[in-house]
Ligand binder design. Sequence first.
Ligand SMILES: *Cc1c(COP(=O)(O)O)cnc(C)c1O
Length: 197
Amino acid sequence: MVVRADERGEMDYDDLARMVERHRDRPAVVVATCGTTMTEAADDVPQIRELLARTPVRHHLHVDGALAGVPIALADGRATLRLDATVDSISISGYKFLGTPVPCGVVLTRRTLQQRLARSANYTGTVDTTISGSRSGHPALLLWYAIRSLGHDGLRERAERARELAAYAVQRLNEVGWPAWRHEHAFTVVFPTPPRP
Ligand SMILES: *Cc1c(COP(=O)(O)O)cnc(C)c1O
């Protein structure tokens, strides 16, 4: 089921509450987004968590942080950024903000939930906790390298520079009379399609 969003792409929390209530006989898997694909909107994760905690409904809160989970998590102290440690799982893409040269991503979840996926693989003599089984280890190395070589400070600085560049683009577009905007935390600039020349 798709929860409504406002015109800037952020989840409508009242609509989520209504939906959970309407289907209270069933557990809920709620997907919040930190950085939507079109406007880089970020849902208020603690607010969603509180909303779910007030209902008797069993739930799992997943955060789709594919686009901006990393920069949002690193930008602590900003009023509009609220991504905290109470989520049940989060996914990020490696080839977007982190810039790995091949598509890859990571899903992080609590160990107790991961262990439920575990099955023993007879032919390797170990426990398999992956979803897909065999896969290349190369992307893991590329991700590790991106994170290790830039470090926390380097990644934070990269995010900050991207935001400054986006703010500059908004300013220049507005100066020529084109209605561009961005979310405060975002490096995505949104503007109407220019007319054909
Ligand atoms: C890119 C993107 C995805 C898909 O991620 P992949 O790593 O390409 O599978 C999912 N959600 C959002 C918000 C994205 O921006």
